[in-house]
Design a binder for this molecule. Sequence first.
Ligand SMILES: Cc1ncc(COP(=O)(O)O)c(C=O)c1O
Length: 402
Amino acid sequence: MSTNIHSDNYQSICVKDPIVESNNSHIPPIYATSTFSYEDLEAAFAFFRGENHIYTYSRFSNPSSAFLAQKIAELEACGLKDIEARGLLFSSGMSAISSTLISQLKEGDTILCQSVIYGAASDFIHTDLAAFGVHTIDNNLKDLDEVLRIIKGNPTIKIVYLETPANPTLYCVDISAISKIAHEYGIKVIVDNTFATSYIQQPFKWGADIVVYSSTKFMNGHGTGISGAAVTRNIDDHKKLFKILKNFGGHCSPFEAFLLNNGIKTLPLRINQHQHNAQMLADFLEQHDKIGKVNFLGLLSHPDYELAQEQMHGPTGMMSFELKGGLKAGMAFQENIRFCTRTASLGTADTLITHSASTSHSVVPEEIRLKNGITAGLIRCSVGLEHIDDIIKDFENALSFV
Ligand SMILES: Cc1ncc(COP(=O)(O)O)c(C=O)c1O
């Protein structure tokens, strides 16, 4: 029989589930129900007054997602002291990101935003939030004196929003340095940790206030569903976010939560293999005469190699690279990929390649894309779990057509 004995070990937290119902189901069941009957009327009414947490309605919470949200929060704070991490699950990464930002901002506030982040997040911040009177200042968050100058000169900044490593260049931001500056001015730091996951990088360790995820990616790990997560460092931020979750209605469905929990059980094992394969592929590409540049955090040539060594426990399974022949060569390469998959997502068991400028970052203005290394010939690769020989063989063959 399974038990509720708790472990502080990251891998064990990933694997173990609490017993969430009385039938001793080994795997937590999918609670396909919109409502929960009110056994104790007073307890139910107290929930609606915001005084307790019982299950009443699945737009608010559901047992299939509640334990998992807490599991993700525990992973985020694993080994760290004095953090009351709380998690919430959303219908997508974008739902987690937009809800988190809305929970923290009001008309007249400003976000200091990393210059290039995931396209839809960038679009949401620059157009949808702007429509509600929230301003944005873009900066690559690299020059700390400049960041300080911007913060000092703009007292309406309430949030620093960043994605590290960033999609698709793998540029990193020093979370600790940025958090120190931000906190001095009462500003909160939100980190999109989708590429790294808490197995590789724990933003709370470096001072971040809220961590957001597209759990569609490495956390689910198999490309079977869409979901998002947000973990707050303190209860007050959790309460603000829970209110937005209820009112905007972006709760993760029980089925998606079930898929996500299955994926998380093997997260460390998969990430280890993703990283191993990615290192081999990056070494191969860096030596290839048709490749101009490889962005991979396991290569000494990456400008953020040192920072990644300090802040992360590995290079992730993500990379991007530029062909010397630019856009034409990049297209020819993609046309001739046979074994790997051409698609815009990432973090699945199989290797995925995509052309960032026409997919994930198509909504980012060209001038900003180019300024931040997203050139017309840049190909992003999410390295999968296949045998590395097959991945390299496919790349070698596709490159021969360039
Ligand atoms: C870094 C990053 N954050 C957020 C998202 C949005 O996630 P979702 O598609 O689950 O809404 C993505 C999607 O690709 C992403 O790459």
